[in-house]
Design a protein around this ligand. Structure first.
Ligand code: ADP
Ligand code: MG
Length: 587
């Protein structure tokens, strides 16, 4: 009988290998971006279409490739990153296995354009299912751009295993974030179906996290650093009070590679023990640096699981470093929270000394009936006097027609008044309005509630349960129908009118968080604290577009408040740039 063993054709071998390296669009994206990083790029652009099914394109301004290297790069086990077996123990690049591009071209239609700085022209290569379609010189900028189209076009089985677009897209984002987090010195942009989702400028570590996860993170993060012979630790952890009932952002990186490590995760949990409720999850972004010879990233092609030589030591160091960081935080809250200046609008950082208001108002002024409203409760005054009139009154006694208002950056309302230009902070103003409304409600009969269709249960940590219990009367007074419902649980059957369509769990969660924070700021009175917490949660947020009518109402209601100058926490709600000062500036 003839011999029957044969070597598989390269295309088939590559397709099999691809199964391990490229399971989904997100794995292709990861490999492509990692190559950009290894190429020394400083700017990386990602373009995604249809959750990566039809296009994943990654462009960098890195070293580029010569025409020969460009061809070679698609061969299996072709790499410029290691040369011999012992290099495996000194890996400082993201890649080294030389199989990513070979795997990607085995299962997609790929076009690569690449050029080195020293070359006049670049190279363009098209490969489909490992078959070379075209190679030609082309004009392109320095660096490399790889477009991966119709992933798994020739592997229907794998295509079928892809999840919904939503899930695949989430995976793409997650993969992108993992890389963007640890490379703050590189700029990234990320486009999805022609919309820009991320534009991340070069920055420091804290600013990168804030740019990815949002402005509120600025005040939630505590820096962690520690240096020992075995490991260098840096990064940030979330303050305990921000630990959530949903799994937070939990990231470990080893030598700038995202890793999963249940054992080290346990060290973090241990450090947070007793600081957060059992069912809550802390956030962490912890970067470990170890000598490359003490880490094995070779145990799986996706390199997400790694082995450390000094596992136990690292465990102990992580735990101690976090405890130290949290301890520092508890003892000296003002010392270590250097927040990032110039970051997106962060109302929480605008807190400050409460200054004497710059204008004085006559709260009882009524253009129609002077003095009549003086002794009446505030809500009657409010109806009697339009806020606009009062504002003008305060400045020169002479009401004028309302001037046009516009919204700047969906953040400030801009209008002109007799004496100058009026700038209103929409969030601060709305907080003031709501705050006074809630305070007023406490003085009145209990407010009506709106029954909700599906009663909601709230599962709280023991601490939050206690906290809720202590303000239950206030919560009910505002219009919530809420009762205890077993251990650490409440059931909500009605909400204040107007709140029916909100996510009640999130609402309560945020209000409780605010309440705790206010308490730290020594707001003792329960009613005031609750009114402040709820108005903070309910207020218009920066970025909210307002119609003309809404802007008018906001300003009208603001100046109808008893203390319109300041938000409940002391931030200014508006400023006026006087015309005479403006005139000075033009001199
Ligand atoms: P590995 O990254 O493990 O070396 P890959 O298959 O991902 O393997 O890439 C093969 C080779 O192609 C790399 O070693 C590198 O020399 C080259 N290469 C890939 N992408 C780029 C890029 N964006 N810029 C420059 N060179 C690249
Ligand atoms: Mg690679």
């Amino acid at each position: 009988m003839a011999d029957i063993i044969q070597l598989l054709p390269d295309g088939v071998a590559n397709q099999i290998a691809a199964g391990e390296v490229i399971q989904r669009p997100a794995s292709a994206l990861k490999e492509l971006i990692e190559n950009c990083i290894d190429s020394g790029a400083t700017e990386i652009q990602v373009i995604i279409r249809d959750a990566g099914r039809t296009l994943i394109q990654v462009t960098d301004n890195g070293c580029g490739m010569s025409p020969t290297d460009a061809m070679m790069s698609f061969e299996r086990h072709a790499t410029s990153k290691i040369r011999q077996a012992q290099d495996l123990f000194a890996i400082r690049t993201m890649g080294f296995r030389g199989e990513a591009l070979a795997s990607i071209v085995a299962v997609a239609q790929v076009e690569m354009k690449t050029k080195r700085m020293e070359d006049e022209t670049g190279t363009c290569i098209r490969i489909e299912g490992s078959q070379l379609k075209d190679q030609s010189p082309c004009a392109c900028s320095n660096g490399t751009s790889i477009a991966v189209r119709n992933l798994f076009f020739n592997v229907p089985a794998r295509r079928k295993f892809l999840k919904s677009d939503q899930v695949e897209f989430r995976n793409l984002m997650e993969e992108f974030q993992r890389i963007a987090i640890v490379n703050p010195e590189l700029s990234f942009s990320f486009y999805n179906d022609n919309r820009i989702l991320y534009q991340l400028p070069v920055s420091n570590q804290r600013a990168r996290l804030v740019n990815i996860f949002g402005a509120p993170y600025n005040e939630r993060l505590v820096p962690v650093t520690e240096q020992t012979d075995a490991v260098r630790i840096s990064g940030f952890i979330g303050k305990p009070q921000y630990a959530r009932r949903t799994r937070g952002e939990q990231y470990f990186f080893a030598n700038r590679r995202y890793i999963r490590h249940p054992y080290l995760h346990h060290a973090v949990e241990e450090a947070y023990q007793e600081l957060i409720p059992e069912e809550a999850f802390p956030s962490y972004f912890i970067m470990l640096e170890v000598d490359p010879s003490n880490i094995d990233v070779n145990i799986h092609p996706t390199k997400i699981e790694v082995n450390f030589l000094h596992q136990q030591i690292i465990y102990t160091v992580i735990k101690a470093a976090i405890k130290k960081a949290l301890g520092l935080h508890n003892l000296t809250p003002s010392l270590d929270f250097e927040q990032e200046p110039g970051l997106p609008f962060d109302p929480a950082s605008h807190k400050g000394v409460i200054r004497q208001p710059s204008i004085t108002l006559n709260p009882d002024y009524n253009p129609f009936n002077r003095g009549a409203a003086a002794g009446k409760p505030p809500e009657i005054r409010r109806q009697a006097v339009s806020g606009w009139e009062k504002l003008y009154d305060a400045h020169d006694q002479e009401p004028i027609d309302t001037s046009p208002i516009f919204q700047a950056h969906d953040l400030y309302l801009v209008s002109s008044v007799k004496s100058g230009i009026l700038l209103v902070d929409q969030q601060a103003a709305h907080e003031r309005i709501l705050f006074e409304r809630y305070i007023l409600q406490f003085a009145q009969k209990r407010s009506a509630s709106q029954q909700i269709l599906y009663p909601q249960t709230l599962h709280l940590s023991p601490q939050d349960f206690e906290l809720m219990a202590s303000i239950l009367a206030e919560i009910r007074h505002i219009g919530f129908e809420i009762s205890e419902f077993g251990r650490n649980m409440y059931i909500i059957t009605g909400v204040p009118a107007g709140m029916e369509n909100q996510n009640i769990e999130e609402l309560i969660d945020a209000v409780l968080e605010n309440f705790k924070k206010n308490k730290e700021d020594l707001v003792q009175d329960k009613k005031i604290n609750f009114a402040r917490s709820l108005s903070r949660q309910q207020a218009l947020k920066p970025g909210k577009k307002l119609s003309e009518e809404e802007m008018n109402n906001l300003i009208g209601e603001l100046f109808a408040c008893d203390a319109p100058e300041l938000a409940p926490d002391g931030r200014k709600t508006f400023v006026i740039l006087p015309f005479d000062e403006l005139a000075q500036r033009f001199r």
